[in-house]
Write a protein that binds this ligand. Structure first.
Ligand SMILES: Nc1ncnc2c1ncn2[C@@H]1O[C@H](COP(=O)(O)OP(=O)(O)OP(=O)(O)O)[C@@H](O)[C@H]1O
Length: 709
């Protein structure tokens, strides 16, 4: 036993291993297992390299060598694997250090970033006359304070253009890349310090000589044991399942004294963080067969997707301890269990104005208010704030409503609402919002009696949940450390639920963080998406404001195509032509997104007439994985495509013509509806990974860059 050693693996090496041939990956796994049992066994041929006190090599198989860093008495870190000869002949090309900000160990292969080692100093490509180095405005001390890797400074001083910067991307340590790209994007030193460096700073003072302490920091390594490694080597493994960014990892593993919230722009890995968080929580549970963790989200298809991904990430051991369900179904389940006499038929909330119209015509006759006003008062104020009594309604704030109501008027509205509810119930019907309100009340009573369903609640797409949903969820888990973990982005709110969590008993103050690095979209697509959002303000789910400061991407691609046609029929020709231009891929990697169901039907018909297999995106997601997917903007939430065409982005469709009636009558509502349509376009635009085309007919949408009203 005394021969045993600890062998950790640094993220950089893990990436290198994943690029090897499958047989070599297997050999690395066997090597690590053997090494841990006894690093000195002769077959491994462990030796110190060229007199460096820490760098060592060992034999993986005949032509494969491992590069190791000796960090403590019997502690090693695997920092690279490559073919004999190509890697370890000249060790001066490796620089290793403990980053003084993160406290993590960083290894830099200076050769790989086009450096010529000359003794101890490094000389990069000579600057040409007229070249302005990219980071000339920042001193070395500033860059180091931001967390840039010191051995790379001389090379960084030689960078003159974005292409140069891109060569660093795969080679430099993560924090260096993050900092340099943010500075390159024009962020100030102070912004980068606050948004990028601060979130990954080690909690304690970093001793840059103490490798034993450094290797224990999560930022240094990812896989620690055979199980983790086996997991990593499993087939069809996407990188997000292994390589959490240190900022993401920290949010996943932290112990929170109460509810916590992670925000961030589209594609920054909020869902990934939520999934890892669930696995982390599941791993801390005492053994059992119950399900003390809830993982929920707004849409049905997203809940199904979360379940599949959770199963890939944590296997049955995790899945068996987690309830994965969309929030409305959860509410329906609560009601079915605790109030079996409740109406059975659940109506879509979109039908509410129509239902009020029918109710007023058939049951009431003349009223001082029209159906639209009453429908939204009932939905926004009465159900929106889950008001259970007339007195609560008298006292309620109506912050987003245009017109004031006197006490007498409120009395009348309450009366009508009660009649409306009875009228629906007589048809054995109610709406999903009503179900949520009822579930919140039932669950609160259950909690008061001391009975709780869950120990941990994790919510993705938190921006779309209503006050009643939050009340229900709050009542489901007792207030305790790590009780609630929410991820979401209010810029992507596409349902009309605006809440202040603090007022619903969910206090996230001091436990709110934001992710800023997008893994999905190119810088070019992000720039267009950000232009769509400019000029609006967004909330932080808790009465404050949130912005997308620091939001960025390291991916590059072509600029989005923006193109108008004179008629809808011409625009459909544009769509077909664009698909042809993209070589008509029918493998489900391309989608067409439109504002309305009618346009979606038209597009499907056009594609079919061109012999292109079109597949509808329904409420449960695309009906088939292949073909060209076609759906309305609402359906694109949470999806991801290589290429997307957003069509019908014309004035009158985006934003919808109908909201114009609020422009003067109810300016606050107008603004809210407009913001919702803007968010829809933003969500659609940020689903594209590589290419985006935006089309319109007639007058382009005022949300498009260059068309502001
Ligand atoms: N650390 C990571 N390494 C590699 N890929 C990652 C990482 N984190 C996230 N991704 C990838 O980035 C993409 C976006 O992640 P995810 O869906 O979690 O983002 P999100 O913030 O929830 O997005 P949205 O708000 O748009 O729904 C996914 O393809 C995911 O696999």
């Amino acid at each position: 036993m005394s021969d045993q050693a600890s062998l950790l693996i640094i993220e950089r090496a893990e990436r290198e291993i994943l690029q090897l041939a499958p047989a070599d990956i297997g050999a690395v796994y066997k090597f690590m297992h053997k090494f841990r049992n006894n690093p000195e066994q002769p077959g491994l041929n462990l030796k110190m390299l060229h007199g460096d006190s820490r760098l060592m090599s060992a034999r993986v198989k005949r032509d494969l060598r491992a590069l190791l860093l000796h960090v403590g008495e019997r502690e090693y870190l695997l920092i690279g694997v490559d073919h004999r000869g190509s890697v370890y002949d000249d060790l001066s090309k490796y620089a290793y250090q403990i980053n003084r900000i993160t406290g993590g160990i960083e290894i830099v292969d200076l050769d790989a970033i086009d450096l010529q080692p000359v003794g101890d100093s490094i000389v990069g490509r000579a600057l040409r006359p007229g070249d302005k180095p990219l980071f000339a405005d920042f001193t070395d001390a500033q860059l180091v304070t931001l967390g840039v890797s010191e051995p790379l400074l001389p090379r960084i001083r030689q960078l003159v253009g974005e292409d140069d910067l891109m060569t660093l991307l795969d080679r430099a340590p993560q924090l260096t890349v993050d900092v340099l790209f943010a500075l390159f994007d024009g962020r100030s030193y102070e912004e980068v310090l606050e948004q990028i460096t601060q979130p990954v700073r080690a909690g304690e003072t970093v001793d840059v000589e103490d490798f034993e302490a450094a290797v224990r920091r999560p930022v240094s390594q990812v896989a620690t044991d055979d199980e983790a490694l086996k997991f990593m080597l499993a087939e069809s493994f996407s990188s997000w399942q292994v390589f959490l960014h240190p900022t993401q990892r920290r949010l996943v593993e932290r112990r929170y004294s109460g509810p916590a919230r992670v925000g961030g722009g589209p594609g920054t890995g909020k869902t990934i963080v939520a999934l890892h968080r669930v696995v982390h929580l599941a791993q801390q549970l005492p053994a059992g067969t119950d399900k003390p963790i809830l993982l929920t989200t707004f849409n049905r298809n997203l809940a199904a997707d979360l379940r599949t991904r959770l199963s890939t990430l944590g296997g049955d051991a995790v899945l068996n301890r987690v309830e994965v369900i969309n929030v409305d179904r959860l509410a329906a389940r609560v009601v079915a269990e605790l109030d079996p006499g409740a109406p059975k038929r659940k109506l879509d909330d979109g039908q509410v104005p129509q239902l009020w119209r029918k109710f007023l015509t058939t049951e009431v006759g003349e009223t001082p208010w029209d159906a639209d006003f009453l429908a939204s008062e009932w939905e926004q104020v009465i159900l929106g704030q889950a008001l259970a009594t007339r007195t609560a309604y008298f006292r309620a704030r109506r912050p987003y409503r245009g017109r004031n109501l006197t006490r007498i008027e409120r009395d009348q509205v309450w009366e009508l609402s009660e009649r409306f509810v009875r009228w629906l119930a007589a048809q054995d019907s109610w709406t999903w919002r009503q179900v949520a309100v009822r579930a919140a009340a039932l669950e609160t009573t259950k909690a008061e009696a001391g009975s709780r369903r869950f120990r941990h609640v994790v919510v993705d797409e938190a921006q779309d949940l209503s006050a009643a949903h939050w009340r229900m969820l709050r009542a489901m888990a007792p207030s305790a450390p790590d009780d609630m973990f929410l991820t979401g982005d209010t810029h992507q709110r596409i349902y009309d639920h605006q809440v202040t969590l603090g007022s619903l008993g969910i206090n996230i103050r001091g436990r709110s963080s934001r992710l800023t690095l997008s893994y999905r979209t190119t810088r070019q697509i992000l720039a267009t998406a950000m232009q769509i959002m400019s000029g609006e303000t967004y909330d932080d789910l808790d009465g404050g404001q949130e912005d997308l400061a620091g939001y960025r991407s390291l991916l590059r691609g072509d600029s989005p195509i923006l193109c108008g046609a004179s008629t809808w029929s011409e625009e459909r020709e544009l769509i077909a032509a664009q698909l042809a231009e993209w070589s008509m891929p029918l493998d489900g990697s391309v989608a067409v997104c439109v504002p309305t169901k009618e346009l979606a039907n038209d597009v499907a018909a056009t594609l079919e007439s061109e012999g292109i297999d079109s597949v509808e995106i329904g409420p449960d997601g695309p009906k088939r994985p292949d073909g060209v997917h076609v759906g309305t903007m609402h359906r694109f939430k949470g999806l991801e495509y290589q290429r997307i065409i957003i069509a019908g982005v014309s004035d009158g469709l985006v934003p919808r013509q109908v909201i114009n009636r609020y422009r003067d009558a109810d300016p606050r509502r107008f603004k809210r509806e407009q913001q919702r349509d803007r968010s829809l376009l933003f969500v659609a635009a940020t689903r594209a990974r590589d290419d985006l085309a935006i089309f319109w007919h007639g007058t382009p949408s005022p949300f498009l860059p260059g068309n502001r009203q």
